[in-house]
Design a protein around this ligand. Structure first.
Ligand SMILES: Cc1cc2nc3c(=O)[nH]c(=O)nc-3n(C[C@H](O)[C@H](O)[C@H](O)COP(=O)(O)OP(=O)(O)OC[C@H]3O[C@@H](n4cnc5c(N)ncnc54)[C@H](O)[C@@H]3O)c2cc1C
Length: 459
């Protein structure tokens, strides 16, 4: 691992390109570039660099390559698996000054953005023009498009609209050599050559640095309604979700929360009746007539599936309050106990009820409080374990491993949307197997031969 001297020499060379003000070496100022929202302990980098343009970013990478210094790309720093943590020190290349929405073209239905654009800003800008960019990770007020593409982020609306990768049309990617590669295409269709944009999407800053992102847009749905179904048990709620799917409804959101999550949301100020063991949150969108019809069918389906009560949240204030609580759930759960771990396995939808039942018993067996929530319509669950007693730490690690194995046993995946980063590295081979791991290593070697880009992640 190269020492700080080498990193500081690289930073000095970079400051000749960017100027001193955009190369940070003061330890106090560097602190904010050291961590993300995962359990990975923060590590303050040797320097942080803040390019403004694609060519500056590419030049920074080639200088880092010359010095053999690690570079960790960073966007909003909201990642849940340690992706933006510079675990081997070196330089953090922060995208915060590459934050322009360069184009919104209503005719072509595309947006062209720099990687440091905050997702909520893009949502507002396109919605102002009657357009829609559906991916909506719950961190949308602080995560950025660069991080979203690097993690192939999902979110509640993925059930109907898919994940970030479904909207990436073209990427400009700065490589460790300093070259800028353009891959993908602006039209919605394009099959020339291998899907290189697909390869870089979800690469977690280990293969290249996105400097420009072209995204597909769609027209904004005219009407949105939210339905809350209250259930007497978690497995009942899982069956409610399966009933909605079986009824042929395609809500844009189909989320689940267990009792601990419901209590947390209620404590956060959302007036939910007492005695609920689980909740299903459904959101329908489309034309006014279609939403009205689907709303009725969803209500009937959820009631028939065993919901104690079905509530409709139509007003903006009501919906906003509910969504704010949902978005803050991950953070709010952290404050309920001294310790928390959280994963985001995904399983085929048909296995949902079996998995929910097993998760509850895994938590109980280890003396942990389970808090499961997430995008259950996609089979994607944020499995959270909470505990106070430090003696339960080994049990929590064992519970986590059991959940990962359970997901794989059910033909699922160890991460539905948060990625591998540093936190989930030990589980990747369990899922991919040896050959796919060898191919993954080969691709990394080809694109980043000196392994300067985000070392310690994925592989
Ligand atoms: C409260 C909360 C809710 C969340 N909800 C969701 C959710 O619903 N769905 C979901 O999918 N995720 C969710 N997340 C996780 C996180 O917000 C996403 O993974 C998000 O995409 C990270 O974006 P970021 O801008 O914060 O990236 P960062 O954390 O800064 O970085 C993430 C990864 O991207 C790489 N990277 C950053 N910029 C670039 C670039 N320009 N080029 C190449 N690589 C780059 C980094 O090296 C790192 O590996 C949530 C997080 C929080 C804290």
């Amino acid at each position: 691992m190269p020492g700080p001297d080498r990193a500081l020499r690289a930073a000095l060379d970079i400051s000749r390109v960017l100027g001193d003000s955009r190369v940070i070496t003061d330890p106090d100022q560097l602190e904010r570039f050291g961590g993300d929202e995962s359990e990975e302990p923060p590590r303050v980098p040797d320097a942080a660099i803040l390019p403004r343009t694609a060519s500056e970013a590419a030049r920074c990478l080639s200088i880092a390559s010359e010095h053999g210094v690690p570079v960790t790309p960073r966007a909003g720093g909201t990642g849940k698996t340690g992706g933006a943590v510079p675990v081997e020190g070196g330089l953090v290349l922060a995208c915060e000054k590459m934050n322009r929405i360069k184009e919104i073209d209503a005719g072509d239905l595309v947006a062209v953005v720099e990687p440091g654009v905050i997702l909520a800003d893009l949502h507002c800008a396109v919605e102002d023009q009657g357009l829609f960019y559906p991916p909506d990770p719950a961190s949308l007020d602080s995560c950025c498009l660069g991080g979203n593409v690097a993690e192939n982020a999902g979110g509640p609306r993925a059930f109907k609209y898919g994940v970030t990768g479904h909207y990436v049309l073209r990427l400009d990617v700065a490589l460790p050599s300093g070259a800028i590669l353009r891959c993908g295409h602006r039209p919605v269709k394009g099959v020339a050559g291998y899907d290189l944009a697909g390869l870089f999407t979800g690469s977690e800053g280990t293969l290249g640095l996105f400097t420009e992102i072209t995204l597909r847009l769609i027209p904004r749905p005219r009407q949105v309604s939210t339905v809350l179904a209250l259930f007497p048990g978690l497995a009942d709620a899982g069956r409610g979700i399966q009933a909605v799917l079986a009824a042929g409804l395609v809500p844009r959101v189909l989320e689940i929360m267990d009792r601990e999550c419901v209590d947390t949301v209620r404590d956060g100020g959302v007036p939910l009746p007492p005695g609920i063991e689980a909740l299903v949150l459904t959101e329908l969108d489309g034309s006014e007539a279609a939403v009205a019809g689907d709303l009725e069918r969803a209500g009937e389906t959820l009631t028939r599936a065993g919901a104690q009560d079905v509530l409709v949240a139509t007003g903006t204030v009501e919906r906003d309050r509910l969504w704010r609580a949902r978005r803050e759930l991950s953070e709010a759960l952290r404050s309920r106990k001294a310790h928390k771990i959280s994963d985001d396995v995904a399983v085929p939808r048909s296995r949902l009820v079996a998995v929910l039942e097993r998760i509850e018993s895994i938590g109980l067996a280890h003396g942990l409080v389970s808090a499961t929530y997430g995008h259950a319509g996609d089979g994607n669950l944020h499995v959270t374990f909470l505990w106070d007693d430090p003696g339960l730490e080994a049990g929590a690690a064992a519970a986590r491993e059991e959940v990962m194995r359970l997901a794989l046993e059910m033909d699922g995946t160890v991460s539905g949307e948060h990625g591998i980063g540093s936190v989930n590295r030990r589980y990747l081979e369990m899922e991919l197997g040896r050959e796919a791991m060898a191919l993954t290593r080969g691709l990394k070697k080809l694109l980043d031969p000196a392994s300067i880009l985000n070392p310690g992640k994925i592989l």
